[in-house]
Design a protein around this ligand. Sequence first.
Ligand SMILES: [Zn+2]
Length: 440
Amino acid sequence: MTKKLIKKEEETKKKKNTIKDTVTDNTHHTDNTDNTDNTDKTSVLCVLCDNATAEILFEDNTFERILKIFATSKEAFTYDKLAELLNKKPENIRQAIGREKTYFEIKKPDGKKAVIHLSHIAIEKINLRIANFKQKEAQKQQIEAEKEKKISKREELIIEAKKFFDSCKKSIGKQLKQGNVIIINFSDLAEFSLELSDELMGNPEEILRLMELAFEETGFTSDIRIRIINLPEDCKIFIENIRSKHLNELISVEGRVVSITDVRPQVVNAKFECPSCGTVISVLQMEKKFREPSRCSCGRRGGFKLISEEMVDTAKIILEDLQEKTDNPHTRRLNIFIKEDLTSPKNIKMFTPGNEIKIVGILKKVPMQMQKGGLSVRFDLAVEVNSVELSEEEVDINKFTEQEIKDIKSLSKKIDKDGLDEINNSFAPHVYGYEEIKMH
Ligand SMILES: [Zn+2]
């Protein structure tokens, strides 16, 4: 290195040091050491923030308003200029800046007015504010988009449900002559619309209500109850295997009725509407304290509109597992409850103690009743029954009569000719749900 060059280096270092005295950070700073006089242009540290964002990001006090000026422009300012922009006295500006020294860097070139710009710390803080704001905005947009998706999904499902009802209006017409109840075979629904049946499994309360609404919208009748039978195998759960992970899911349980209480109008069913997406959420009021839904599936929490409140007839039933079907040597019991039309004299007969029944229902959390009549903070699981059927008689292949065996043999010949479905439907019509056995 030549002497001249070394000298030049030293000079540069000196100049840098003088700058460092006033500018603690020079990373954003154009390292133009030959042009030190021009500091107010070259060393301006800035953040880029559009005016609309700045309006939200900064508060309405002198200090924040100064930050706002810096954040939205690339310039450095004098006290006088800031005072003019904010319509304040220069003294106020000095005070405001003086209180938050770490936010500013002030350079006072000889014989010139002090020039102020943001410090590195201030820039980091403001950039963080901007980043947080943008993140929140993005989250808001995402929630908004999900809400819209949810609403359109809901509308789609309503249309799907209407189409389904249309596809089986004959059978529905027959059922409605008996009362405002539509019994739907799950496999029929799944065959017609996988989307609807899938949603029903995971979110039964909402989808049942949606299907009821869809039916009511057809104008046929109002206040309909949809009852689902014949859930797929993987929804059938032994009482001993019921866990809180099954909460709010549609499950199917088989068991023997141990006991049933009298029917009492004791549960209030309160219906709420979500103002965000229109979903109707019903909450069984089993506690003394009036309960609102905790949240809607669209994400909303609180502020739900109460649309109706009614007393419903209920009865509580204890079900025990069918020992012969489980490996567990201990009898497990399950609380279930029925309401509305299921408590009618005709339906309640199904729950006669000793009866073996197959229920479809939604597992719910209910507060435990304490001895003294108060309510415990502990919760118990209970199934709100959606549908009930008497269990089929056990089919024992060894108990077939000679005539039946003969029939089976002759029918089995026909299988090749007419196909399985045909045979299944005609053979042993009193044996429902044992297709596999019938086929052997
Ligand atoms: Zn909602």
